[in-house]
Design a protein around this ligand. Structure first.
Ligand code: ADP
Length: 453
């Protein structure tokens, strides 16, 4: 239990998808996680699921576009889109863009995992929506944190590169403005607190003149009570004709209730996450005595296989640091992802690992949660995933192991077993997934090679 935060007994920890608590009691910072994903993402995530569309008016035709031309955008905006390297709309954009650009305006609630093109979609909608000749704020977009607002702003600036008359202002802390002077920028992107001040206290924005309101990362937003209330207070000042758009990566009941409060008569678009599967993954366990023994097993494993990239999970920061130090001593190039690092530091570690600068990534669970790193050929559970009661944490197991064997490639998962208790956990996991986990003797090179080929 070293290095773990205690949870107050009256709080029932939940999955990270439900407001930031994990079953093992560690608080996950959803905004940080989201920022990290944005920083390490350079392209769309793969998702083969069908987009589900629920129209407010089911009798009206459902438009979807396969090209950006079909949207009849202003040429300067289209140029900006192509300049970003976008050839055609993403899955979610195919349906969301025509709805967001429709006349008369339609409200939209859209949910899909991070990396599926939501930000690009509403940035495009805002840029297309504004009338550059009108020198007042017409589009208002709010995001949960300063950093996330900046990220969105960058997308808008890049996409609007050839639309010099469209201006953007950042409603974030530290951006001081003079009271009472109306902003001329057509688009304001910011955090709820500052934007609310700009609308009410400072009167820089006239809420009645806002015709498009975007609320991004609704799930992250409502995880902070203050943000939730501020968002609703901003929303209350808008007219009922203002077009409301709300985006979220997850969609549990609390997000849903909030969305319905903010977005009347919505169209709804959902793209479910692609399920992780164990089908293409060979699973093994190695019996060890203590951490030194585990380390030897790991080195044997590594020495005998041609491993492209490996990811190793430890229980505590201390263990992760110990393992990294020892692997480095053995001459391996190791990247360490650890909780005390800033988001930027973590992003650069992941980036280096992705680019193959290091072949091994050692990480604690909390810190790697929700990160998509592809092309891992070996996942090692140096410590097995357990919940607060010491039982197998199947969900985390699947999430860790699911990093290997993606997109039809084959992958390997190796679990280090160092006690009767951890053997029980392996059995629980086997039963849960109804998949065999094979015993591996890492000192028997021949056996290992034949099993893992
Ligand atoms: P989300 O907001 O859902 O997390 P983003 O809009 O940030 O997704 O898009 C994820 C990544 O995919 C970004 O790097 C973005 O530049 C890129 N992207 C978005 N739309 C497209 C598209 N139509 N074609 C190619 N890349 C895209």
């Amino acid at each position: 239990r070293l290095g773990r935060k205690k949870v107050k007994s009256n709080i029932v920890p939940e999955k990270s998808e439900n407001g930031g608590w994990r079953k093992d009691g560690d608080k996950v910072d959803l905004a940080e996680q989201s920022l990290l994903n944005k920083l390490i993402r350079h392209s769309l995530v793969r998702n083969r699921n069908q987009v589900e569309v629920l129209q407010r008016d089911p009798t009206s035709p459902l438009y979807s576009v396969k090209t950006f031309e079909e949207l009849r955008l202003k040429p300067d905006l289209l140029k900006g889109v192509y300049n970003m390297g976008f050839n055609r709309p993403s899955r979610i954009q195919e349906n969301a863009l025509p709805m967001m650009l429709a006349q008369p305006p339609q409200n939209l609630i859209a949910q899909s995992q991070s990396g599926t093109g939501k930000t690009a979609a509403f940035s495009l909608a805002m840029l297309s929506h504004v009338n550059p000749a009108n020198k007042w704020t017409q589009c208002l977009c709010i995001a949960p944190t300063y950093e996330l607002a900046l990220q969105i702003g960058q997308v808008i600036e890049q996409m609007g590169k050839y639309c010099p008359d469209v201006k953007l202002a950042y409603g974030i802390r530290g951006n001081r403005m003079e009271r009472g002077i109306k902003l001329q920028e057509q688009i304001v992107i910011g955090t709820p607190g500052t934007v609310l001040d700009w609308c009410t206290k400072y009167r820089l924005i006239e809420p009645k003149k806002i015709t498009m309101f975007v609320l991004d990362e609704a799930d992250v937003m409502i995880a902070t009570q203050g943000h939730r209330d501020q968002s609703i207070r901003i929303h209350r000042q808008l007219t009922k004709d203002c077009q409301m758009l709300l985006f979220s990566a997850t969609f549990e009941d609390s997000v849903w209730r909030f969305a319905e409060q903010v977005v009347p008569d919505p169209n709804i678009i959902r793209l479910k996450r692609e399920e992780e599967t164990l089908d293409t993954i060979k699973q093994f366990y190695v019996v060890c005595k203590e951490k030194e023994d585990k380390f030897t097993a790991l080195c044997n494993l590594y020495g005998s296989l041609t491993i492209a990239q490996a990811m190793i999970f430890c229980h505590t920061r201390k263990m992760a640091a110990w393992l990294t130090a020892n692997l480095t001593k053995e001459g391996h190039q190791v990247a360490l992802l650890s909780g005390e690092m800033t988001v930027e530091q973590r992003a650069s570690v992941i980036e280096r690992y992705r680019n193959g600068k290091e072949k091994v990534l050692v990480t604690t669970n909390v810190c790697s949660r929700g990160i998509d790193v592809e092309q891992v050929s070996l996942v090692v559970n140096f410590d097995l995933p357990v919940d607060m009661d010491g039982n197998a944490d199947n969900e985390t197991y699947l999430h860790r192991i699911g990093r290997t064997g993606r997109f039809g490639r084959r992958g390997f998962a190796v679990n280090m077993v160092d006690s009767k208790h951890s053997m029980d956990i392996i059995n629980q996991i086997e039963m849960h997934f109804n998949r065999r986990i094979t015993k591996l003797d890492t000192s028997d090179l021949e056996e290992m090679e034949s099993l893992m080929s």
